[in-house]
Design a protein around this ligand. Structure first.
Ligand SMILES: C=C1C[C@]23C[C@@]1(O)CC[C@H]2[C@@]12CC[C@H](O)[C@@](C)(C(=O)O1)[C@H]2[C@@H]3C(=O)O
Ligand SMILES: O=C(O)CCC(=O)C(=O)O
Ligand SMILES: [Fe+2]
Length: 329
């Protein structure tokens, strides 16, 4: 990793372009309407911790409506966006990620969802009548993410041969769930043209929650790490959703599924806009291997903890830290 001697790019690090795609596996794609999807989901979660879903029921009009609102929001003058206050962690943020010194080439809006999505938002602008179309798109989108996650987690339970289809999905239902929604905007960085490297948009990390559902515009940049440490670029697909296995799902499956390390490299010419729904359980929920999955004599790989305890520890960590480490036995 190198740092460009340019004040605009301050401390954001550069990442050497990964080797060519030869011999790299392609991203698993799950057709939600296929009868084989349960087994395919389980295979993808074990091998990659990541998969793309197609043939989903989410309306593309809704997705595009929210994308247009996000683009409109990010096009506001910086001073107007900064008036929303520093993200701590919720609100508008630029370059700073989290509260422990991480930086990236992006700006974002990070929102706590709440049981009536965004109704108790601490962000005054979302309650303002002038934001009503943005807010209604956000509400509708999050409701459709809840349904999609439920469908995917039920198929996952089928694939794991769990008797009750809602064993995992029920952890993300109910008013106490800890859902987060994030809009990220990675502006183009023309200074990088001609270099054989990319600027870190969002540094490598795993998501702490159970699952995250990501959708982006047509600009690529997302990469995932394979088990052997090689990085693979994820081709963008405006019509698809991408599911990340989070740390909590790794624990629920006693390490059968892996939480996927991922990062975003900023593009030199095109801006990337992504929207991500993070599904976390209620703070009091115990995160421990599902007894139905454990084989005879199998021991938990992890200490006992609640989502609230894990989240508190996660938010004290740096982005790239191995957050599950202190919770392993
Ligand atoms: C550096 C950090 C940003 C983050 C909180 C943390 O301390 C470590 C986890 C980060 C992460 C990654 C996934 C999501 O984008 C996020 C909202 C989350 O729940 O954990 C971010 C946090 C953030 O941006 O505040
Ligand atoms: O913006 C993206 O495409 C991914 C961002 C991400 O991984 C995150 O916000 O946790
Ligand atoms: Fe992430």
């Amino acid at each position: 990793m190198v740092v460009l001697a340019n004040p605009v790019l301050d401390q954001i690090s550069l990442i050497k372009s990964p080797d060519s795609g030869d011999n790299l596996p392609s991203i698993p794609t799950i057709d939600l309407s296929s009868p084989n999807s349960p087994e395919a989901i389980v295979r993808a979660c074990k091998e990659f911790g990541f998969f793309k879903i197609t043939n989903h029921p989410v309306s593309m009009d809704l997705v595009e409506k929210l994308e247009a609102e996000a683009v409109k929001f990010f096009a506001l003058p910086l001073l107007d966006k900064e008036k929303l206050g520093p993200s701590s962690p919720f609100g508008y943020g630029s370059k700073k990620i989290g509260m422990n010194g991480d930086v990236g080439w992006l700006e974002y809006l990070l929102l706590a969802v709440g049981s009536e999505p965004f109704s108790e938002s601490s962000l005054a602008f979302l309650r303002d009548p002038s934001s009503s179309s943005f807010r209604s798109a956000l509400v509708e989108y999050v409701l459709s993410m809840r349904k999609l996650v439920c469908q995917v987690l039920e198929l996952m339970a089928d694939g794991l041969q769990l008797k009750q289809r809602d064993t995992i999905s029920k952890l993300l239902q109910g008013s106490e769930c800890d859902e987060i929604f994030r809009l990220n905007h990675y502006p183009p960085c023309p200074l990088l043209q001609g270099f054989n490297c990319g600027l870190t948009g969002f540094g490598e990390h795993t998501d702490p929650q159970i699952v995250s559902v990501l959708r982006s515009n047509g600009t690529s940049g997302l990469q995932i790490a394979l088990k052997d440490g090689r990085w693979v670029s994820v081709p963008s697909d405006r019509e698809a959703f991408f599911i990340n296995v989070g740390d909590s799902l790794q624990v629920l499956t006693n390490g059968r599924f892996r939480s996927v390390k991922h990062r975003v490299i900023a593009n030199s010419l095109k801006s990337r806009v992504s929207m991500i729904y993070f599904g976390g359980p209620p703070v009091a929920q115990r995160i421990a291997p599902l007894p139905q999955l454990m084989e005879e004599g199998e021991q938990s790989l992890y200490k006992d903890f609640t989502w609230g305890e894990y989240k508190r520890a996660a938010y004290k960590s740096r982005l790239g830290d191995y957050r599950l480490g202190p919770f392993e036995l």
